[in-house]
Design a binder for this molecule. Structure first.
Ligand SMILES: [Zn+2]
Length: 861
């Protein structure tokens, strides 16, 4: 797997490539084990390359050597300007002497898609050929300067005996056994795509605002045609939204989406030919939950939006990954908010940010949104680059205002279209339109760690003073931290519950800074960090009565939810640490939120949710307590039972009121179903699962079928339903992923590892399919008390399976090893067990550079 010696690459070493490419012509003769790829590439000296250094190979020190990336390729022939050449093999590619003038490179290589289990480059999935080139997969297809700043137009001829042959751009010619595609827009090789298979299409059409008609297709395996309509509508909505909101229009005659079962990521934005993990595009009410529908809508939008933020304007180098990802995540979040509910969406975003990014920022894998170095770029497709990257865009917009934000975007698109650019280029557009210096703001890209914001209040003669102090804890490689620019959206609520000062953005730039509100009649309650205006941890002295007051009166939905969450967390922490009974302040507050039918049902569902076990473990660490996973689990279970008791008189009515008619996967329907199923979870603790069993039998949609089964599993019931579920869905891969995942997620702590092990022996388990692997082992690591059970059985089991998977699929192995990133939180026994497993993984012969880098970083904690 690993034929290049691990080597650290630094941002500071960036140099432009010595040549530009005028055009690329590729011909593929497809064969499962011997695909031939012929390339004809026209190179010209790059006027922007440093003159003194025509050397491109990292190892070369003299002479005019021309370096091309290539991995796992069998070179058949190579020629420069028609004359045959014999390249030298060097680490990560080949080298050859080349003219310092325009020349034509021609090569033919052979590759084996069928044995490519890493799912990078050209590979096979259920008899279909497909590609994944981001970040560095194109070098497994042919020799090429596989770096994002080398952009070129591609013409691709695909030859094979499969009925559907696709590549990027527009179709040029099609005949028996071949198809030719031409992409007129210059692009880097990571956006290259090819698909060949026995596929059927769900067609659609879109007319752009300037009147151009675009053919749309979703390509799937025969039998899946009925699961494409929702994705197609999401695509059309995305195209319209990007025109209306950002003025961005689609630029080819055709837009193709293909669903693939075996895929490492969610989806990939290849120009004009998006490739999707089938779980992120196929949807039907029988097989997909509301959460699936919402995710599919968001991912289709995300990949489509990349057409401008990523494809037309791309990254100069992989250190700038957040330039396309943070921005595109921000755009898809805004789109989802417009399609559904901004308030609900924002709370969900913050839950994800805290669960994934804050966790990452607080451990050995912490890194800046723009990292300074990497060994394997695949390891930096992280919550920090994506989600914190998106938070930075949101802060920028908050600081300069909506109008300047849009003008800055327009200028960026106009100025850099067709270029590979940097964070500096992005920010310069906003500095120009907003007329302000963003030098300090830029630190958000370079400084890792989550800032802690301590707030104190002073009330005197009608003036409220809020004083904030910011500190950021040290992270790997960064001990000294500077003050950040933090927009703190704040409002004030009077004692009678009315808002006396609407949301105002306090702009903090110093380590300690005070803000005053004058001329106030009576002392108000401050609502601070509204809409979660910055990715920070706010620490304020606040009692439960004030929290309950804000929960009842705050006009900001995020803060309203946040206060309920803080009450729940406080209650749980004190149950865990001091063995106290839960506070009535919390129980009563939740009861009044639940009963308030002026509130969106989806919002009420979120308010009813308890903090996760992982979240509680971190809160305990922050309070100086070593977390005991079993104790956390027990307290949370106890509170769930107490909630069910306390709410027992309102649960049946809520269950009835939130019944929906015919299934429509929109915000209204999904909100009601989510509340109803959350209520069912509590009801099941009291009625021996009678209501849930009845719903399971009757359900005509997956949301209710899976939801009722989960309610049963969470109450320690559901064995018959699990069996029935398997019998019903054994032939549907995506639904079976749910079957694997649900049982492990809800397994009792002492049974989780045993169950995961048994499921890994199930005939339908395979580690060749990342979705299935994650369904079992992702669920095991998310089952906090089960994963961290004192026996250490889950640690051992995961390590065994990661070692086996690494030989097949380094990328997914490395990502899954992140489950161990919090290991230093726990007691000495658990730490010793995890360390032993990490060391065992690291000692595996031929371990991939992906996993080596991740495990080494985790161990350095
Ligand atoms: Zn993306």
């Amino acid at each position: 797997m690993n034929n290049a010696a691990p080597q650290t690459i630094f941002l500071k070493d960036y140099k432009p490539f010595d040549y530009t490419i005028d055009s690329v012509e590729l011909t593929f003769k497809l064969h499962p084990t011997a695909t031939r790829v012929r390339s004809k590439i026209v190179f010209s000296p790059n006027p922007k390359a440093p003159e003194s250094s025509p050397v491109t190979s990292p190892e070369a020190s003299e002479g005019k050597r021309f370096f091309l990336h290539g991995e796992e390729l069998r070179l058949i022939s190579a020629a420069i300007d028609g004359a045959s050449v014999t390249p030298r093999e060097v680490a990560g590619g080949i080298e050859v002497d080349a003219p310092d003038a325009p020349f034509v490179w021609e090569a033919e290589v052979e590759i084996s898609p069928e044995t490519n289990t890493a799912l990078e480059g050209l590979y096979m999935s259920n008899g279909m050929y497909c590609t994944q080139c981001e970040a560095e997969g194109f070098r497994k297809i042919t020799y090429y300067p596989d770096r994002p700043d080398v952009m070129a137009t591609f013409t691709v001829r695909v030859e094979g005996d499969l009925p559907v042959l696709l590549s990027n751009g527009n179709p040029v010619e099609r005949g028996e056994g071949f198809a030719v595609w031409h992409d007129p827009w210059p692009k880097p090789s990571y956006l290259f795509a090819l698909v060949a298979g026995d596929l059927v299409n769900h067609p659609g059409a879109f007319t752009t605002k300037s009147g151009k008609k675009v053919e749309l297709n979703i390509w799937v395996r025969p039998g899946d045609e009925g699961k494409c309509a929702f994705g197609m509508q999401a695509l059309k909505d995305s195209m319209k939204w990007d025109e209306d909101t950002y003025g961005r229009e689609y630029d080819l005659d055709i837009f193709n989406i293909v669903a693939v079962d075996d895929f490492n990521m969610g989806a990939m934005e290849n120009k004009g030919l998006n490739i999707f993990n089938s779980s992120c595009v196929l949807a039907s009410k029988e097989t997909s939950t509301d959460a699936n529908f919402e995710r599919i809508e968001g991912i289709i939008a995300h990949e489509y939006f990349h057409n401008w933020t990523g494809n037309r304007i791309t990254c100069r180098d992989w250190f700038q990954l957040c330039l396309k990802e943070g921005l595109t995540v921000y755009r898809d979040q805004m789109f989802s908010g417009d399609m559904r509910s901004h308030a609900v969406k924002r709370i969900e975003e913050v839950l994800t940010l805290r669960a994934r990014q804050f966790r990452e920022d607080n451990g050995p894998l912490a890194h800046p949104v723009r990292p300074e170095s990497f060994v394997e770029i695949n390891n930096f497709y992280t919550a920090t680059v994506y989600e914190k990257g998106a938070e930075i865009i949101g802060m920028l917009r908050r600081l300069i205002g909506d109008e300047a934000y849009r003008k800055g975007c327009d200028l960026y698109f106009e100025r850099h279209d067709g270029e590979a650019v940097t964070i500096e280029d992005w920010l310069a557009s906003f500095e120009e339109v907003a007329g302000r210096n963003l030098a300090q703001f830029k630190q958000w890209y370079s400084q890792a760690g989550t800032p802690r914001l301590k707030m104190s209040e002073n009330w005197e003669d009608g003036t409220l003073t809020l004083t904030f102090t910011q500190t950021t804890p040290p992270t790997p490689g960064q001990s000294e931290k500077k003050p950040q620019v933090i927009p703190i959206a704040t409002g004030l609520i009077g004692p009678n519950g009315d808002e006396v000062v609407p949301t105002t953005v306090l702009e903090m730039t110093e380590a300690t800074q005070s803000f005053t509100f004058e001329g106030l009649g009576a002392r108000p309650v401050a609502s601070v960090l509204r809409d979660f205006s910055a990715p920070v941890i706010l620490e304020r002295e606040i009692d439960n009565d004030t929290r309950a007051f804000l929960l009842a009166h705050d006009t900001d939905p995020f803060q309203k939810w946040e206060m309920g969450r803080a009450l729940a967390k406080d209650t749980l922490i004190s149950m865990i640490v001091k063995d106290t009974k839960p506070s009535f302040a919390y129980l009563d507050a939740i009861k009044s939120v639940l009963a308030d039918d002026t509130l969106d049902p989806a919002f009420r569902t979120l308010s009813l949710g308890l903090p996760s076990q992982d979240d509680l473990a971190q809160s305990l660490v922050d309070a100086g307590v070593v977390p005991d996973p079993q104790r956390i689990y027990d307290a949370r279970e106890k509170l769930r039972h107490l909630l069910a008791d306390h709410l027992h008189d309102v649960l049946p009515a809520l269950y009835k009121e939130n019944e929906t008619g015919a299934f429509v996967p929109d915000a209204e329907g999904s909100g009601k179903r989510s509340l109803r199923l959350a209520v069912l979870g509590l009801l099941s603790l009291q009625d021996s699962g009678v209501t849930a069993k009845a719903l399971y039998k009757r359900a005509d949609n997956m949301t209710e079928q899976a939801g009722s089964l989960q309610a049963l599993l969470a109450a320690g019931l559901g064995a018959d339903e699990l069996q029935a579920f398997e019998a019903q869905w054994k032939d549907d891969r995506l639904v079976m992923d749910k079957w694997f995942m649900m049982q492990v997620s809800f397994a009792a702590p002492d049974k989780a590892a045993e169950l995961a092990e048994a499921l890994s022996q199930h005939p339908a388990f395979t580690n060749r399919n990342p979705n299935r692997f994650r369904a079992v082992f992702g669920a095991l690591t998310a089952n906090h008390a089960g994963f961290h059970h004192a026996s250490g059985a889950a640690y051992r089991l995961l390590a065994d399976h990661l070692i086996a998977l690494d030989a097949l699929n380094p990328q997914t192995t490395a990502r899954m090893s992140g489950a161990f990133e919090t290991w230093t939180r726990y007691d000495a026994d658990r730490q010793a067990m995890i360390r032993a497993e990490l060391e065992r993984i690291l000692a595996t012969p031929n371990l991939s550079r992906d996993t080596t880098e991740m495990v080494t970083r985790i161990l350095s904690a």
